[in-house]
Design a protein around this ligand. Structure first.
Ligand code: NAI
Length: 518
C-alpha cells in the first residue's frame, strides 16, 4: 500500500479561487507547507487573508487551538512566479475549467518541478487522460477532485487516467486520508463517480414535475421527509444554479455520446432560457428575497382512523419491505393480522396491506391504476419508499383512477394515525423516492460494472460528496435487489425508453443471489 507524503513535503496549489483556497486551508491545517499561485496575485493575497479569518473563527468556536491556527497560517506562502514551486512534492491545479489552459499549465510545471513530483488536477468534468496526454511523464498526472466547500466536504475522488501510475494514485489517496479527507479511487470517465451517479436525483425529479406528479415543494418534501435526503432536488438545483446544473448534465450526456440515461430536461432548459437560475437570480423553482412566500408541500386533509389493518404475507415469513411499515402501524395501536396470500386474488397480492377494502402496496414501478386492473381490484393505493419507516415524518401515496374515495380515505387515515404527513402524488409509475433510489442504484451499479470504482467507493462517494443518507448500492441491498430490478423493468416497460434499462450488474446480482455489501 502506498504511503502518504510526509509532513515535510511542500504542496503547491495553483489557482486561488473558491476551490484552491479551500484546498490550501485544509492542507496547511493538516501540517503541510503550502505555496499558493494564481495568475492574479491579488487572488492569492485574498485567499490567504480569508483563510486566516476562517482559522480565527475556528479558534473562537474552540474547534482549533490558537497556536495551531497561527502555525497553519504561517505555512501558507504566496508565490509570485511558477518557478518557485520547484521543490514541491505535489502540485494541485484548481484553475479555470479549460483543457488547453490546464494542459499548458502542466507543460510549464513539468519544466519546473522534479521528476518525482506528483501533478494533480481538481477538474470536475475534463478527462484526466486528456489533461495528461501531452506530458513527458503522463503517469504522474492524477485527478484529485475535491468538493465544494472543500473544508466541509470529506470526499476526494482520486481519478486515474489511462496512463496514471497506480503508485501515484495510491500516494495521493493516502495523502488525502492524512489530511482528514475520505478518498475513493475512480477511473477517468465522464462525471467520475458523483457527477455521474447523482444525475438521476435531478433528472427523475424534473421528469416527475414535467409529468405533473406534484409541484416542486411537494416533491422536495417527499424526498426529504420520506426519502431522508438532506435537501429536495428542486431546492438543491435552485442552490446549485440551473445554468450550472444543466451544463453538468449536458456535458455528461454529450460525453456519453447521447446515452438517454443522461438526457437533459427540456423543463430545466426553459428555466435557464428564462433566467430563472435559482437563488442567485432570485427565482428558480422557488422565489427568493424578502417578499418571497415559501411554497408549502401539499397535504391530505385529516381522515378518520380506520379500525384494523391486515397484511397479506406468508405467516411467519419476515419481509424487509413491509415489516418496518407494519411495525409503525402496530406502534400506532393497530392490530395487524397476517394472512396467507391467495394466489390470483388481487387484494391479497403479497406483500401488501389491506384496510377497509383497499389494497395497499409498495410501488413496484407500475401505476396504481395498472396494478388495480391487473389484480381486478379497483380500490388500490400505492405507497412510496421511505428511508426509515420508523422515523419518517411523511409518506407519499398514489391512488388508482378506479379507487373509491372511501377506500382511499381509509388508507390516508391509516397512515395519518401512525403520525405521518400524507401527501398524494399523481399516479405516476415508480412514484418519487422509489424511482429516484432505483435509478441512483442502477447508475451506481453500472459505474461498478464498468470498473469505474468499487461498490464501497460509490457508496462512500454519494454519502460524503452529496450527503445522501445511504449509499445507493446499500439502499438497493436494503430494498432488495429483486424489487429494484422489478421497479426498473416496469419503468422501462411503461416508458419504452433506454433510460430505464436495467444495469447488467443488478441482473447478475439478482441471478446469483448476492448483495453488494455483506
Ligand atoms: P474560480 O474561478 O473560483 O478560481 C479559479 C482561479 O484560477 C482564479 O483565481 C483564476 O485567476 C485562476 N487561474 C485561471 N487560470 C490560471 C492559470 N493559468 N494559472 C494560474 N491561475 C489561474 O474557480 P473554482 O470554482 O475554484 O474552480 C477551479 C477548478 O476546480 C475548476 O477546474 C473547476 O472545475 C474545479 N472544481 C470546481 C468546483 C466548484 O464547485 N466550484 C468543484 C470541484 C471542482
Amino acid at each position: 500500500m502506498a504511503t502518504a507524503l510526509g509532513k515535510g513535503s511542500v504542496v503547491a496549489v495553483i489557482g486561488s479561487g473558491a476551490m484552491g483556497a479551500g484546498i490550501a486551508q485544509v492542507v496547511a491545517a493538516a501540517g503541510y507547507e503550502v505555496k499558493l499561485f494564481d495568475t492574479r496575485p491579488e487572488a492569492v493575497q485574498k485567499a490567504i487573508l480569508d483563510i486566516g479569518k476562517v482559522y480565527a473563527k475556528l479558534v473562537e468556536k474552540g474547534r482549533m487551538g490558537g497556536a495551531d491556527a497561527q502555525a497553519a497560517n504561517a505555512r501558507l506562502h504566496c508565490v509570485a512566479d511558477l518557478h518557485e514551486v520547484a521543490g514541491c512534492a505535489l502540485v494541485i491545479e484548481a484553475i479555470v475549467e479549460n483543457l488547453d489552459v490546464k494542459r499548458m499549465l502542466f507543460a510549464d510545471l513539468e519544466n519546473v518541478v522534479a521528476d518525482d513530483c506528483i501533478l494533480a488536477t481538481n477538474t470536475s468534468s475534463i478527462s484526466v487522460t486528456a489533461i495528461g496526454a501531452k506530458l513527458r511523464r503522463p503517469e504522474r498526472l492524477v485527478g484529485m477532485h475535491f468538493f465544494n466547500p472543500v473544508p466541509l466536504m470529506a470526499l476526494v475522488e482520486v481519478i486515474s487516467g489511462l496512463a496514471t501510475s497506480p503508485v501515484v494514485a495510491g500516494t495521493v489517496f493516502a495523502t488525502a486520508a492524512a489530511w482528514g479527507k475520505n478518498p475513493v479511487h475512480a477511473k477517468s470517465t465522464p462525471g467520475f463517480i458523483v457527477n455521474r451517479v447523482a444525475r438521476p436525483f435531478y433528472a427523475e425529479a424534473l421528469r416527475l414535475l414535467s409529468e405533473q406528479a406534484a409541484d416542486p415543494a411537494t416533491l422536495d418534501a417527499v424526498l426529504r421527509e420520506a426519502g431522508g435526503f438532506r435537501m429536495g432536488p428542486f431546492e438543491l438545483m435552485d442552490l446549485i444554479g440551473h445554468d450550472v446544473n444543466f451544463s453538468v448534465t449536458q456535458s455528461v450526456f454529450n460525453a456519453y455520446f447521447g446515452d438517454p440515461r443522461f438526457m437533459p430536461s427540456v423543463l430545466q432548459q426553459e428555466m435557464v432560457n428564462a433566467g430563472f437560475l435559482g437563488r442567485k437570480s432570485g427565482r428558480g423553482f422557488y422565489q427568493y428575497g424578502d417578499e418571497a412566500v415559501k411554497a408549502a408541500a401539499s397535504l391530505e386533509a385529516p381522515q378518520p382512523k380506520p379500525e384494523a389493518v391486515g397484511v397479506s404475507i406468508e405467516p411467519g415469513v419476515k419481509n424487509a419491505v413491509t415489516e418496518p411499515v407494519e411495525q409503525r402501524l402496530r406502534a400506532a395501536g393497530f392490530s395487524v393480522a397476517h394472512r396467507k396470500p391467495l394466489p390470483g386474488a388481487g387484494q391479497h397480492e403479497a406483500p401488501g396491506f389491506h384496510c377497509n377494502g383497499a389494497a395497499v402496496f409498495l410501488t413496484d414501478g407500475r401505476t396504481a391504476t395498472e396494478r388495480a386492473n391487473a389484480n381486478n381490484h379497483p380500490d388500490t393505493v400505492l405507497y412510496d419508499l421511505q428511508f426509515d419507516p420508523a422515523g419518517a415524518t411523511r409518506i407519499a401515496l398514489a391512488r388508482s383512477d378506479q379507487c373509491s374515495d372511501a377506500a382511499y380515505g381509509a388508507v390516508v387515515g391509516l397512515f395519518q394515525a401512525a403520525g405521518l404527513h400524507v401527501t398524494r402524488l399523481d399516479d405516476v409509475p415508480g412514484m418519487a423516492v422509489m424511482r429516484t433510489v432505483a435509478m441512483l442504484a442502477n447508475e451506481a451499479a453500472d459505474a461498478v460494472n464498468q470498473g469505474v470504482c468499487s461498490a464501497a467507493a460509490v457508496d462512500i462517494a454519494m454519502q460524503k460528496g452529496v450527503n445522501y443518507p445511504r449509499g445507493p448500492l446499500a439502499w438497493a441491498d436494503s430494498v432488495g435487489i429483486a424489487h429494484v430490478v422489478t421497479v426498473l423493468s416496469n419503468l422501462a416497460a411503461t416508458y419504452g425508453e433506454e433510460r430505464y434499462r436495467v444495469s447488467p450488474l443488478l441482473r447478475r446480482k439478482l441471478a446469483n443471489g448476492t448483495r453488494f455489501h455483506g
